[in-house]
Design a protein around this ligand. Structure first.
Ligand code: NAD
Length: 437
């Protein structure tokens, strides 16, 4: 099948590449000329495990091409996927200007029946708006369907190739058949393609992300309570996670969720609720708690250093909002670096993939190092913001020889308390006893 993907970011590039991998001919379109030039030259534009290999194979075999020209890119496409940004507007709602602009542009360009697929995360009612925009300039039959994307950055290829489920919102039998054929190779192991009405499909994506954000936030509140009551959040996590009704995942306490999706999607759902005159109290609590959780370790750090961070050097381990990605959008690390700089501290940061993106925000206000140990050289403390695997078992002897004071502030609970006690470190984490070495 000939497919076009409009918007070649995290979702668009993974979607396009994976559809090419199953034999479709895919053109990815973007307005960012530099991005498209790089992709045309065989250079991948995001870090995502496993993507580069698929990208190389499919571009070499001519199934995956890139263009900035919408009309050229959608030529003969049976399906056009919209993987465009839906960032938060000033009032917290999802800003639909990118999606609706492309919809408007598409209308006059369609020459035969086409299925337009909303893959972006969009509020309930967007498919209707997209349909209306296309219809103004369109002379042929078309369908607009909702197909929210559930991939996780860091494991996006795996998630896309073997999704837990595919959600399709449409009432058109014709669109349903085409979509079913396209997704068949991805659900061979029996995972369901769930068809529903388009409004429910649109809401499903927000409900999933808000539920997961709430699960993380609930556990962070339990962690905060553990600190006050002298309990250990890791023990509580194991105690409840083994209950099959609760499940083991998304129960790790830490310095909050970030990323390009959870913060904006929770906010957008809260706004949709407000517009519908429904007071979704839980969502507001989730946003409030997550906001304060991000910089939760800063007061502990100030207290440790006698009330101020002025003149201190902090080694920040991890910048990306989670491991295995270079995405730093809404990353808790950024909020903490902001606080450290405000306090008059110097920051030396290391991240395996995220540094280039952080340079665009902080420039030379902070230092960037090639290795985690270079960040620690001469630092007063280590601050861990992201649970990259290479931070899990560092050489603690080397660390203590490089650090001015043997102290770690761990926003991701990477180390066993007993081990830190035995090693003589001062160690502050989330929802667990503070270790004063
Ligand atoms: P992104 O910012 O990485 O990519 C969007 C791309 O669209 C950019 O490359 C941008 O240049 C391009 N673009 C903007 N206007 C355009 C236009 N008029 N024509 C062509 N291209 C245009 O965003 P993303 O992370 O891929 O997210 C896209 C959508 O998918 C969002 O709605 C997001 O909420 C949703 N989503 C994201 C993830 C994720 O993990 N990133 C997961 C599921 C769903």
């Amino acid at each position: 099948m000939k497919i076009a993907v409009v918007g070649t970011g995290y979702v668009g590039l993974v979607t396009g590449t994976c559809f090419a991998e199953t034999g479709n001919t895919v053109t990815c379109i973007d307005i960012d000329q530099e991005k498209i030039k790089k992709l045309q030259n065989g250079q991948i534009t995001i870090y995502e495990p496993g993507l580069e290999q698929l990208f190389e194979r499919n571009t070499k075999q001519g199934r995956l091409t890139f263009t900035t020209n919408l009309s050229e890119g959608i030529k003969e496409a049976k399906m056009i996927f919209l993987a465009l940004p839906t960032p938060p507007g000033e009032d917290g709602s999802a800003d639909l200007k990118y999606v609706l602009k492309v919809a408007e542009d598409l209308g006059p360009l369609l020459t035969e029946y086409t299925v337009i697929v909303d893959k972006s995360t969009v509020p309930v009612g967007t498919a209707e708006k997209v349909r209306a925009k296309i219809a103004t300039g369109c002379k042929v039959e078309f369908d607009v369907i909702s197909n929210p994307e559930f991939l996780r950055e860091g494991v996006a290829v795996e998630d896309f190739m073997k999704p837990d489920r595919v959600v399709i919102g449409t009432s058109s039998e014709k669109a349903k058949k085409i979509t079913e054929t396209l997704y068949a190779p991805f659900v061979r192991q029996g995972n369901p393609v769930i068809f529903m009405d388009e409004r429910s499909a649109e809401l499903t994506k927000y409900a999933a992300n808000a539920f997961l954000a709430a699960k993380i936030t609930f556990m962070n509140e339990i962690a905060n309570l553990c600190e006050l009551l002298g309990a250990d959040v890791d023990a509580v996590r194991k105690g409840i996670g083994t209950d099959s009704r609760i499940g083991k995942r998304f129960l790790f306490a830490g310095i909050g969720y970030g990323g390009s999706c959870f913060p904006k999607d929770v906010q957008a759902l809260a706004k949709s609720s407000k517009d519908a005159k429904y007071d979704f109290k839980m969502l507001n609590a989730v946003m409030d708690v997550n906001h304060s959780q991000k910089t939760k370790l800063v007061p502990a750090m100030k207290k440790y250093f006698g009330g101020s961070l002025k003149g201190k050097t902090i080694a920040v381990w991890g910048l990306a909002f989670k491991p295995h990605t270079d995405d730093i959008r809404e990353a808790p690390a950024l909020y903490n670096i902001e606080e450290f700089l405000k306090e008059g501290a110097t920051v030396k940061a290391h991240d395996p993939e995220g540094a280039e993106n952080v340079k665009k925000i902080f420039g030379d206000k902070i230092q960037y190092t090639e290795t985690p140990y270079q960040a620690v050289e001469g630092a007063d403390a280590v601050f861990i913001a992201t649970e990259w695997p290479e931070f899990r078992t560092p050489d603690f002897d080397k660390l203590s020889s490089l650090l001015k004071s043997k102290v770690i502030f761990d926003g991701r609970n990477l180390y066993e308390l007993q081990m830190m006690k035995d090693l003589g470190y001062s160690y502050f984490s989330i929802g667990r006893e503070a270790v004063n070495g």
